[in-house]
Design a protein around this ligand. Sequence first.
Ligand code: SF4
Length: 929
Amino acid sequence: MNDKTIDKTTDKNKPQKTFSRRSFIQTAAMTAATLALPGCSRKEKPVLSTLTGDFDPLRSYPYRGWEDFYRKIWTWDKVVRSTHSANCTGSCSWKVYVRNGVMVREEQAADYPRINADLPDYNPRGCQKGGCFTEYVYSPQRLRYPLIRTGERGEGKWRRATWDEALTLVAEKLLDNIYNYGPDTNSFFSVIPAMSPVSFCAGSRLAHYIGGVFLSFYDWYCDLPPGEPLTWGVQTEACECADWFNSKYIVLWGSNISQTRIPDAHFAFEARYNGAQIVCISPDYNSSAIHADLYFRINPGTDGILALGVAKLLIDQNLIDVPYVKEQTDMPLLVLSGTNRFLRESDLKKGGKEDIFYFWDTKQQRVVPTPGSMGSEQKTIQLNGADPALTGTFQIQLADGKSAEVTTVFELLKKELAGYTVDKVAARTGLPANEIELFAKELGTRKPAMIIHGAGTNHWFHNDLSNRSLILLVALTGNTGKNGGGFNHYVGQERVWPEQGFFRLAFPETRKKQRFQNTTLWSYVHSTNKDPHLYNGKPIEWYIQESVKNGWMPLWPKNGKKPRAFIVWRANYLNQAKGNEILESSLWKDLDLIVDINYRMDTTALYSDVVLPAASYYEKVDINTTDCHSYIHPFGKACEPLFESKTDWDIFRALAEKMAEVATKKGLKPFHDDAFDWNRDFTQLAHDWTGKGTIQTDEQAVNFILGNAEETKGMTYQQLQEKPKRFVATDPESWNSDIEEGIAYTPFKHQLEKKRPWRTLTGRQQFYIDHPWYIELGEALPTFKEPVEEKYPLYWNTPHGRWSIHSTWRDHRAMLRLQRGGPIVYMHPDDARKRGLQDNDWVRIHNEVGHCVCRLQILPGEKPGRVTMYHGWEKYLGFKEGGWQSLTYIKIKPTQLIGKYGHVNFRLNYWGPTGNNRDIKVDVEKAKV
Ligand code: SF4
């Protein structure tokens, strides 16, 4: 600051007076005394000359030039609407302010239209991470140029390359693999299309046209709740968060919404003003628990037994909704006592169907086919005056003339639940028996009631069983399909609302012509992972072989080949992978080419061969949707992609062009892909990839999705830049409720109100799975199974946290300053005392799989017997050794490998083994550092 500046900011017409600290205090005291004078009425204005005259401390301050500079920080040339695609499920619309071509800050857009005047609205929507993304964009982690590795993988030695050189290297390798080893040796991995479908489709289209293997993500991350496809025949479907406000009983089950649903948590807490009570079920006393009317500090891994104990109480105390259960669930369906299989038409008639089922009609006193099953002619579940028996045992005559005994699923369920007495449940969960009884009573009487379900429950090995047990509670009480009710799972941003438009862009020649692969299975089989457990006396390898042999699960590449090339974009595969070091030393080592497309240097990028710099969220055109609300809004280009980065759409278009160029130069003949009888002419790849030249740009891709989906009919990208828009309809092929004016979206109204069959084999919410493996492994009905790991004393808990979205923002300066600046493990004081550990000690966390070394934080809210590390820390961010996934490994649950069972078939991110990571135990000791 120079003298000139000082002159400019000083009023020369007034005498300048220096203002010492002493005179300031004297003046302030005099003013206070004047104001406090007794009898000083409001009419008799106190003398304030000291405040209006020389008292102005700013006027007397000589250095005023900075003020204008400060004001200029808040000026801008333009504002562009954008958001973040970090897999946070937030989907918050932001305004990005740009000055002189620099993104200077962002602000919550706060213009989501209201659903109705009685519901709290979505404004303003955001979190602290979104509020500092502009800093991330310009941070040192930002990738600027294409890089080619020169040292060992992970060593951090690179050289700068041109786009042409890097793309030529990748294009040649992908083509070599196709012609020498087969197209199934090229693998592609990206996550959650809903958060930026155009970026996702850019790569999936390339995988599609070159016959590559497209890997799943939702099951691999263990965010997929397998109980939903099993029970409802959907991947997952939840109410939008505004509907929480309609609930009278909200159960936060393994879901810490204060930390992981920051933009939406208010709906649950505001619901208390609307008469709701909140129950929080979580081993740690966390930031959501403080809002609860009833808090259950449950033992880790025992959610299933609590749910089944409560189900027993609901039934015993007649708190179930009988008409709902008879119409909407498989509880009245008949099961043959001898085989434990459903009674089917094929049992009663020669040549009868396998997908027609029966209940006992109490009016006619005979078996009657259930309407709406997969084989039924009736496309409704309406009972048409029949009254299915829920209980009882009946004799029937089979097709061969023999008589057989049948009973109902409900009768079998009651038998199964008989062992879940309150005392037993209380002892195993560590909860007071009287509070479990209170919970059951309130769940059965407060309507509507909902479960908000989170990863805390879903990331366990027996997640399918606990999902099914929890879904059972809201079905028995008649809550599913009603506003304010149901089982609502929000982990992972899983559904693209304009789904049909998205599919057409992602896999243009129909999804049937794509090599899809479950990533859990792929990562297990192609690495040296070894699950030591036996399931019914057999190793998991036996189940895998059977499943693949039966065509239940695909396994690419075929014929014992290894994957050779791996392309990752919009994801951090290696950092998030279970059994990190195991994968690194096997699957990762076997790959000839790893390409990472990214805007920042993360762990996967660090361990890759070629890194291609991508545009950040504020430098591209795309759209964004979430299960948490029913609006769509855009990503916008606040500025052109920085440095040499490109949008994902432009990167994959350039790669398609380069592959076409290489194929032409090499004179490659079309490759006949036998699996699909597809003659792939790679010289035409760019032409195919761009939809014969019709979809060249990101914006054209957005408009293609919008124009090909019922949900967004009539919308254009430019309109979305104005403000978020609510979906106009729901495609019945994809959704189970309509979008209704003035009403928050909640699923399964088609089933409840329109009597449309559920998308399951039986056409009902199906709790009984009579697949032979389910019967053999004792899981035909929801049951409780103990966690599988026993050897070590402490559960290893790696939840989603407040200061990052997975690994994104983990390395953000501002977020690190809100914690201790590096990886921390939280431990209960008693556990620390037992081990002689002090707060902030360096500790070694270990088990037979591996170890990591980080700092300890002692936390009274943690559950004894468990330690917690919020997940996503990059391996290079402060661990002395290892990382948070060094202690985990992949274990596959046999029942999740089944297929060809009605609605239970492999589909990408719908059905396949989940990569659970909570069922792990460790010990902790002081580290020698
Ligand atoms: S990071 Fe997610 S929750 Fe936070 S502001 Fe962005 S979109 Fe919203």
